[in-house]
Design a protein around this ligand. Structure first.
Ligand code: ARG
Length: 409
């Protein structure tokens, strides 16, 4: 009888590296590793060699950068997606994509089990498990770090015992997860929410002290709510995001430090570097303010909030996401135009915007001569606008100041 096959989402890090052998032994199974490139800056060849050296019977390497940008990052931009008003969902967006690839490879290989390296304390396990189960309910998902409560020490001990070819030299103080949309830095000193993250935690962004002394201006062009050009140069989506990470990083843009509510109930201190995301979300939101009505903007805020929550909470596959996107996409038909931004020593500011769908009407807004706004209409409007507030306070006065001095509740 042929052995069971397990498809392991493999990053090349310690957890998933020791897991190859661990799964082989505990499940008496063959392990097939899969690495999905979402712009985390890996050398796919080196990752493959490592996986095979550690005992994987086969390795798949999938370059999903373009798909990640077009099908995951672009919808996030259209939804102005920030979880708890701070986190652009960099890790959260990548998980359903990786999970879909796991399911695809499992189908191709006829495997009944897929595995990932998440612990039981985070959001990523939820994102992987929910997506896999929704796309392929017969698949079993195993997560050795969660299921056996593996710790770093136990992993190192296991690696030594089995003589695994892993360098266990000096332990890295941080746990990193990165892709085109940002870099998450966790563990070590960062777990103390009272203290500033040490400079060594940052790799993509410069501190303001080291940024250039002259500001840089950039113009981003959007079409239907997604970016298409920087400084009038139309660019491939992956290159566009990569460039903005470089430009933003050099000017210290996109450092995020906040207290985040994980779905499993834990409050955690999270630190990120997301230069491209910070720039694009700021520019996109500004352009929407030019072209959408105040009613559309007010309603879209709720829709955007719900979209970001679903994605954070591992419910990418919930039909509500695409329901919300039907509304969002309709609004984005007019989100065409250009936004000019100024980047300077960690500071990002929109300083200009243009759109042919702009609802900004200079003739209405100007304080100079030649305005088309009829000020005589304002008096009557204000009478009606404040009518109920005025009525309320009249009643309050009658009750409080009348003979009985009734308290007004
Ligand atoms: N707190 C973020 C999130 O839940 C970042 C997670 C980073 N993941 C990781 N495996 N290090 O999306």
């Amino acid at each position: 009888m042929s052995k069971e096959k397990v498809i392991l989402a493999y990053s090349g890090g310690l957890d998933t590296s020791i897991m190859i052998k661990w799964i082989q032994e505990k499940y008496e199974a063959d392990v097939i590793t899969l690495t999905v490139d979402v712009g985390q800056g890996i050398d796919p060849k080196a990752v493959e060699e490592k996986a095979l050296a550690l005992g994987a019977v086969k390795h798949y390497s999938v370059d999903a950068k373009k798909e990640f940008v077009t099908n995951y990052i672009f919808p996030a931009i259209k939804a102005n997606a920030l979880y708890e008003e701070k986190y652009p969902l960099s890790s959260a967006l990548s998980r359903p994509l990786i999970a879909a690839k796991m399911v695809e490879i499992a189908g191709k290989e006829g495997a009944k089990i897929v595995a990932h390296g998440c612990s039981g304390k985070g959001n990523d396990q939820v994102r992987f498990d929910v997506t896999v189960k929704a796309l392929s309910p017969h698949l079993k998902v195993i997560a050795p770090v969660r299921d056996w409560q593996l710790t770093r020490d136990k992993e190192i001990e296991f690696a030594k015992e089995k003589n695994l070819p892993i360098s266990l030299s000096k332990s890295k103080p941080y746990s990193i997860d990165q892709n085109l949309w940002g870099r998450s830095i966790e563990c070590g000193e960062l777990e103390n929410p009272e203290t500033e993250p040490p400079e060594e935690a940052f790799e993509w962004t410069l501190p303001p002290e080291k940024c250039p002394d002259t500001p840089e201006y950039i113009t981003i062009e959007f079409e239907h709510g997604v970016p298409r050009a920087i400084n009038d140069e139309v660019m491939d989506p992956v290159l566009l995001i990569t460039k903005l990470n470089e430009i933003g990083g050099m000017h210290g843009i996109g450092r995020i430090d906040h207290i985040e509510d994980r779905i499993v109930g834990i409050k955690s201190r999270e630190v990120y570097e997301c230069p491209a995301a910070t720039i694009l979300l700021e520019a996109h939101k500004d352009l929407e303010k030019m072209v959408l009505t105040c009613q559309e903007i007010a309603f879209k805020r709720y829709v955007d909030y719900q979209w970001a929550f679903l994605v954070y909470a591992g419910l990418w596959v919930d039909p509500l996401r695409s329901d919300l996107e039907a509304f969002i996409d309709k609004t984005q038909l007019r989100v065409n135009g250009k936004v000019k931004l100024k980047l300077y020593k960690g500071n990002l500011r929109v300083v200009g915007r243009f759109s042919k769908y702009s609802l900004y009407d200079l003739k209405l807004a100007t304080y100079d001569v030649g305005t088309t706004f009829d000020q005589s209409l304002a008096r009557g409007f204000i009478e009606l606008w404040g009518l109920q507030s005025k009525t309320f306070h009249s009643l309050r006065r009658v009750m409080e100041e009348g003979e009985k001095h009734e308290p007004f509740v």
